[in-house]
Design a protein around this ligand. Structure first.
Ligand code: CAO
Length: 416
């Protein structure tokens, strides 16, 4: 099966998570992604949180599948020359260095554009160009705090809380991938490359859109009717943390199921969607709520929402999370078990769909990773193991036209 991005050559000058998540996605879809890493050390995540001594850490292997690895010191004259050759032959250069690092290396946008006017130069930074924090180095949780996610996540009586989902890192990488694909289509029309920049703060803000909605509603009316603080609690002038509230028109909460006392994940998420109210009442043994004016409409229910959730929890007390969902799905109620990572790793449906995949690796044997969450009718991305440090250095240099002797000299000068 041919892959849509076959023939697209990408210089992957990325490290840690935000950039690698982007280039990994493009590699799955057929791009030739050449990961450029510093000789001797490589991407810092190769060594971070190792679970097997002397083998690349899972942090690296799970973000760099389907790529080739070229070691290159881009600060030596010889290394710079290799990078220049590569730039002339590539379609995209992706980087997520600290602000100014690429310029300090001598590869400004102007220089790259001069070397190859068709090149797309894609960057991740913590904050966008011109922002008053645009000189800052940024990691995941910093972006979640600067992007509005932390101030609106968690419980009202606790501190701002970061999400386990990589809203700052992988999410930014996904935004960048969309930017790169757009620029590639644009290049098809104009024949010219361009600079594509995504900041981690902006990418988090893009996912906090409904919280900006809520800030404006709060400014206007002084309360937010779908938050747990309504109608009994107080609102200040900023969007509060809403615990596990639904966040939209459908109230919901995380509810205890059988075994919650010992199993930290014996819970379901339960959503009270208007059309399902009648069957919910029947399932709970509360048929009188169907016509009771205190319960019959969503607005009438809101003041008693936690009493309703308590009644549902009493009903759940003798049901496992799976049994509960099996009953509730028959009523068309949007709900799901709270799944642990162990359950996700072993879920047969996720294995069958290719979302959780086992891939071979030269040092590790096999490891589990997350495959493509995007499913196509005409493409089944095949996930291959991440490259060892410098595994493809000689192969790539010879493709660039270097002879065996020249390659040996590059090794001797420690430029590769
Ligand atoms: N050859 C020679 N030098 C290289 C090289 C190579 N192949 N690869 C990297 N370097 C150099 C860089 O040029 C830089 O040198 P200078 O400081 O002299 O300019 C140096 O290595 C360090 O790069 P860095 O500053 O990007 O790395 P860091 O570990 O200090 O910072 C990070 C890491 C992530 C905080 C920073 O890169 C950053 O803020 N990036 C943008 C935001 C981002 O993507 N963050 C998310 C990371 S995922 O959590």
């Amino acid at each position: 099966m041919s892959k849509p991005l076959e023939g697209i050559k990408i210089i992957d000058f990325t490290h840690v998570q935000a950039g690698p998540a982007c280039t990994q996605l493009l590699a799955w879809f057929g791009a030739d992604v050449i990961k450029v890493e510093r000789p001797g050390s490589g991407d810092v995540t190769r060594n971070q949180l190792r679970d097997i001594p002397d083998a690349d850490a899972l942090y690296f292997t799970m973000l760099n599948s389907n790529k080739r690895s070229l070691t290159l010191d881009t600060k030596t004259p010889e290394g710079k020359e290799v990078l220049e050759k590569l730039v002339k032959e590539s379609d995209v250069l992706v980087e997520n260095f600290a602000p100014g690092a690429l310029d300090r290396m001598g590869f400004t946008w102007e220089r790259l554009n001069e070397l190859n006017p068709k090149l797309i130069v894609a960057s991740v930074k913590g904050f966008s160009d011109g922002h008053h924090y645009d000189d800052l180095k940024v990691y995941e949780n910093v972006a979640q705090c600067a992007g509005g996610a932390a101030s609106t996540t968690g419980f009202w009586d606790g501190p701002p809380t970061v999400s386990a989902a990589a809203l700052g890192d992988s999410n930014t990488g996904m935004h960048l991938a969309i930017g790169i694909l757009t620029a590639l289509i644009g290049r098809g029309q104009t024949g010219r490359g361009q600079k594509v920049a995504v900041s981690m703060q902006d990418s988090v803000i893009n996912l906090c859109r409904v919280k900006l909605r809520d800030q404006q509603r709060l400014d206007r009316v002084g309360y937010l009717e779908e938050y747990p603080q309504y109608p009994h609690g107080e609102f200040s002038d900023v969007v509060p943390r809403g615990g596990n509230a639904g966040g939209g028109g459908q109230p919901g909460w995380v509810l205890k199921c059988k075994g919650w006392e010992t199993d930290p994940n014996a819970y379901i998420y339960f959503t009270i969607q208007g059309h399902a109210w009648e069957p919910i009442c029947r399932a709970l043994g509360k048929p009188e709520w169907i016509s009771d004016p205190n319960y019959a409409t969503a607005q009438a229910r809101q003041p008693h929402i936690f009493d309703i959730f308590a009644t549902i929890e009493a009903w759940l007390a003798d049901k496992t999370k799976y049994e509960a969902v099996d009953i509730l799905r028959k009523f068309d109620i949007p709900c799901a078990p709270v799944l642990s990572m162990k359950e996700i790793a072993n879920d047969p449906s996720l294995r069958a769909s290719g979302t959780i995949v086992e891939v071979p690796h030269k040092e590790r044997g096999t490891y589990l990773t997350v495959g493509s969450p995007i499913k196509f009718s005409g493409l089944k991305p095949e996930i291959t193991g991440s490259p060892l440090l410098g595994e493809h250095t000689d192969e790539i240099l010879s493709e660039l036209g270097y002879s065996k002797d020249q390659i040996a000299n590059l090794h001797t000068s420690r430029s590769v």
